[in-house]
Design a protein around this ligand. Structure first.
Ligand code: GN1
Ligand code: MG
Length: 349
């Protein structure tokens, strides 16, 4: 990677710069750029967009521009390239973008702090309220059928009998046994009973920036997958990621459970923002998002393992299998706690 070539293509003034890798994220590669200009330091975030996953990086950047223009807060912004574009293409055909590093901000990949969990819910709830009148015609579907469980099951079933199947047969059969329920929301949507909204589609804790001092949320980031979807999917994705007792990478399966106290905080933040905007059907099915999204992630990790790890970045050969087993452990606890999950959800609707 020729960082000199990349950095100099953007409309940034600097005397010198240094680059550090930022860990985290299963798709794009992220770097912190520290610059100095006339003795003054400044920081930016540089990302290489994974164009295997996002077939059209231009479509993502167009979406992001529409969304950022629409949001009240202008705290997050992109640096244009010297030729006025929101990205730069290097000699190897990689797409790069740079955005500001939001000063005094901090993000968490997980937390036990209830105030932060409440704030995370509020951040996403408020984000959804703000993007509700984005003109859907201006938003490209950057990854078609992203949270479509029917399609996710088709892909899993197609991957059956690939070389690693014997290794995960029980997990495969377990997920298959949940198919009808997992596809319920998709079928309600197909019948026109659930509205498509503009949603975030990757609503996890690490995608919220907080003020370092007050711990109030500042911004929702990672806008790559903002496109039409169901609100319950953001609710469920946020809950499965923030209320799990162990992170997605953990292999301590017997210590993985869904924390209802955390869920209460997340639900309160998320649903209090949105409740006046939701339809009756959305309210009645909201709790199902938690089950559905956890099931989806288990399916996606397992499918990727069977297909030979072509989608998610892996750190070791069985990483995707461990992630699938992790989500299955969480899912089993979510199934056990389904009633309480519904009661808590309804409390804030
Ligand atoms: C991917 O790369 P990251 O962490 O932002 C994935 C999400 C998954 C997540 C699981 C475009 O997000 O859907 O929930 O991994 N993003 C894409 O950790 O597939
Ligand atoms: Mg993401």
């Amino acid at each position: 990677m020729d960082f000199k070539e990349i950095i100099k293509s953007f409309d940034l003034k600097y005397d010198n710069f240094s680059i550090e890798t930022i860990q985290g994220g299963n798709i794009n590669s992220t770097f912190l750029v520290k610059i100095n200009y006339h003795g003054k330091p400044d920081e930016y975030v540089l990302q290489r967009i994974n164009s295997q996953v996002f077939g059209s990086p231009l479509a993502i950047m167009d979406n992001i521009e529409v969304v950022l223009n629409h949001l009240d807060s202008k705290i997050l912004y992109y640096i244009k390239s010297k030729d006025g574009k929101s990205y730069f293409i290097d000699k190897e055909g990689n797409y790069w973008r740079i955005y500001n590093y939001v000063q005094n901000s901090i993000s968490y990949s997980s937390t036990d702090n209830y105030d932060l969990i409440y704030e995370t819910g509020k951040a996403f709830g408020n984000f959804l309220l703000q993007v509700k009148d984005v003109n859907a015609n201006l938003i490209n579907e950057t990854i078609p059928n992203f949270h479509n469980l029917v399609i996710r099951y088709n892909r899993l079933e197609k991957a059956k009998n690939l070389y690693r199947f014997d290794d995960v047969k029980d997990e495969y059969l377990f997920l298959l046994s949940l198919k009808e329920k997992a596809c319920y929301m998709q079928s309600e949507f197909s019948k026109g009973k659930l509205p498509h909204r503009i949603v975030h589609n990757d609503a996890k804790c690490s995608n919220v920036l907080f003020d370092r001092n007050t711990l109030k949320y500042l911004a929702v980031v990672d806008l790559d997958t903002v496109m039409p979807g169901l609100i319950a999917y953001d609710f469920g994705d946020g809950a499965r990621s923030i209320c799990a007792s162990k992170g997605e990478e953990s292999n301590e399966f017997n210590k993985i459970y869904f924390c209802l106290d955390k869920f209460e905080q997340f639900s309160k933040g998320f649903l209090t923002e949105l409740k006046d905007y939701l339809t009756i059907n959305e309210k009645q099915t909201m709790h199902l998002g938690v089950f559905t999204l956890t099931c989806e992630l288990a399916i996606r990790f397992l499918t990727d393992y069977l297909m030979g790890d072509c989608y998610f970045k892996i750190n070791y050969p069985t990483n995707n299998k461990i992630r699938a087993l992790n989500q299955i452990a969480l899912l089993k606890d979510i199934i056990k706690k389904e009633n309480q999950i519904k009661i808590i959800t309804n409390k804030f609707l």
